[in-house]
Design a protein around this ligand. Structure first.
Ligand SMILES: *Cc1c(COP(=O)(O)O)cnc(C)c1O
Length: 432
């Protein structure tokens, strides 16, 4: 399986090289040179497949000959050892709960798959690897947990001081071992800029094999296509194609859905639902992407002003705005609307949403109002409500019960290194 850069100014590479590099030398992002396609009978068999089986078959398409089937099977069963239930809320709306992994957010899917792929590749080559990741909260904890104790790999996490929830911070900073957390005096965009700069810095790359664990890594994107199939497997036969509403920040989650569609899944529409950080809905309206500084909202894991996967989206559609609009419908919502829908859904259905999933529900509601023939809405639930307990209790008056695996972290001491938002400090740290 060959991968190419979205900028097309770098050589084509193997999956291994795409995963280890993170992004292409020309600054582009990797995509398959030729999109694979599912076997004809896959969709017929889909309802009878368990999640790891879906992961194995879909993952094999993207791996090609590079990974022996028994290795890929071990990766799939090891990474996805938790349930992925589809919950009905009323007749037209379903919630796909992607928060049953160890860090209670959908990023466990990408991080756990990527960690196992990288472990396999590193064992093959024997080179030590440094994984660098910028996080607005959930990526860092998912990555840290996925890589904890993996030999031959060191993880460096950059997160914005004071902009992640206390539970998120504990999950990032209490692990130790091969995981180091840098607490950056700045925004998520600062963290992302520093990480990106490190990845292309000649001095650092001379000394270390550095790679990215952000949603730009193709190893995170591939597994984010698996659960779109799992949703359809559970939905059963329906008259209309499913509409996926995806609460979005860097658009890795939604791009995973675009891959699923490209390799053969029938999808009616994707809804790109954002908070006030609405550069993509704005692009869908105007045709211009105008990045800007991120704004702080209640759904903080989506506070992204320059979405990193945007380059992949336009590439997948050959820059054809009309074609993009045909598949992706954009909308954005305020914190007030988010709190209100959390309250209303709790009252009407007895179901508690976290603020990110709430943005997805708002997206579906808004779309469904204008499209009465859309009968199968699937909102991707990206985080467990207990992860955002303060917002949940503000919206609903309820204190969501904290799952054991989250509670375990809250008593541990925070171990992070205070950092400025200057790249030179990161460079010095990595070269030390
Ligand atoms: C990361 C994250 C998102 C946004 O996902 P993208 O792939 O960056 O669009 C949404 N919700 C939660 C809870 C997240 O952690």
């Amino acid at each position: 399986m060959k991968y190419r850069s979205t900028l097309r100014r770098s050589p084509e590479v193997s999956l291994r090289e795409a995963v280890i590099r993170g992004s292409a030398p020309d600054g582009g992002l990797y995509l398959p040179v030729e999109m694979p396609h599912l076997k004809n009978d896959f969709l017929e068999r889909l309802p009878s497949l368990a999640f790891p089986e879906i992961a194995l078959e879909v993952g094999a398409l993207f791996a090609g000959e590079e990974i022996p089937p028994q290795v890929l099977e071990k990766i799939s069963t090891g990474a996805f050892n938790f349930p992925v239930p589809l919950v009905a809320l009323g007749e037209r709306l379903h919630i796909l709960e992607l928060f049953h992994g160890p860090t209670l957010a959908f990023k466990d899917f990408g991080a756990r798959y990527m960690a196992r792929l990288m472990e396999y590749f590193v064992q093959e080559t024997g080179h030590e690897l440094t994984v660098i990741v910028a996080t607005s909260g959930d990526t860092g904890s998912a990555v840290a947990h996925a890589f904890l104790g993996v030999s031959g790999i060191r993880v460096v996490i950059l997160y914005p001081a004071g902009r992640v929830s206390s539970a998120q911070e504990k999950q990032l900073t209490t692990l130790g071992q091969n995981i180091t957390a840098l607490e950056v005096a700045g925004s998520f965009d600062d963290c992302q800029r520093m990480a990106k700069q490190a990845l292309v810095d000649p001095a650092i790359n001379e000394k270390l094999t550095l790679t990215s664990a952000n949603s730009i890594n193709i190893a995170r994107l591939i597994p984010q296509s698996f659960y779109y199939f799992a949703a359809v497997a559970q939905l059963g036969v329906s008259k209309s194609l499913p509409v996926f509403s995806v609460p979005s920040g860097n658009f890795g989650n939604l791009t995973g859905g675009l891959l699923a569609k490209r390799i053969g899944l029938g999808v009616g529409q994707f809804i790109a639902a954002t908070n006030a950080n609405d550069v993509v809905p704005e692009f869908l309206r105007s045709g211009n992407l105008i990045p800007r500084a991120s704004r702080h909202t209640l759904s903080n894991a989506m506070d992204v002003g320059n979405p990193s996967n945007f380059a992949r989206i336009v590439d997948l559609y050959d820059n054809d705005l009309q074609a993009i609009r045909k598949d992706i419908w954009g909308c954005s919502f305020s914190d007030e609307e988010t709190l209100r829908v959390m309250h209303d859904v709790k009252e009407r259905h007895g179901y508690v949403l976290d603020p990110h999933t709430a943005v997805g529900v708002l997206g579906w509601k808004s779309f469904a109002k204008q499209n009465q023939n859309a009968t199968q809405g699937i909102v991707l639930a990206t985080a467990h409500p207990a992860k955002f307990a303060e917002v949940v209790s503000r919206a609903t008056g309820l204190h969501p019960e904290m799952p054991e695996r989250l509670a375990a972290f809250l008593d541990r001491p925070k171990k992070s290194i205070p950092f400025s938002n200057q790249f030179s400090e990161l460079q010095e740290f990595l070269l030390r």
